[in-house]
Design a protein around this ligand. Sequence first.
Ligand code: PGA
Length: 260
Amino acid sequence: MEVIIQQDYERLSRVAAALVVEVLNAKPNAVLGMATGSTPLGLYQELVRLHKQEQLDFSRVTTFNLDEYVGLPVNHPQSYHYFMHQHFFQHVNIQPQNINIPSGTTSNYRSFCAWYEQRIAECGGIDLQFLGIGSDGHIAFNEPTSSLSSRTRLKTLAKQTIDDNARFFDRPEDVPVYAITMGVGTILDARKLILLASGKAKAKAIAQTVEGPITSMVTASAIQLHRDATVIVDEAAASELQMHDYYEFIYAAKPAAPKT
Ligand code: PGA
């Protein structure tokens, strides 16, 4: 796993966007896995800027989002459909038919989840999957004790996640209790993973993810099993990493490292 520590959130977002540019330069029809939440907002802003000012082209890109709340219509301001259109899709030249987001309002969750998995496979799999992390160590909505080989399915949110997300809703009781989410196994199938975390509230989860045991109690720790996983954090989120200085040393030494 590569750990990149950046001074602040703006730099973290720019480094993440540069990795998208790298992937799209190599493969203009790449399949990107998208994340929602506060953390990727800077990344989306930077990608929109690159599209508008430097012609970064999304016309052949396909996207798959990680998750969606159950019960919120697509035009609900807290739905992830709404979030993605508001912060990213409406500002770039992605084809609407290439956007895939789990449905929070399907009449048959089981068959929708199977279809979502099948659709990812039909598109050739995910080239680059972005991830946030919950303060409870979740990736997507894979709450503690989720199977590390789980696939897309319906999940009940953990109390900590409901409390964390209450800030976005008028009343705490408005936070949905269920979500549809890619599984940990689905995520591990992506060819490249990039996990972003910013702020002190994520420091413990990041230390457990990078340096702790692989455990379903911290589903993000499963990324230790992935061959190409990068964690990009700001100083606050990196503050509990025991090997902090070593990660900085590796990153600084990277340009001079022998090219394989
Ligand atoms: P956040 O959410 O980016 O809003 O902190 C991350 C997550 O819960 O996965």
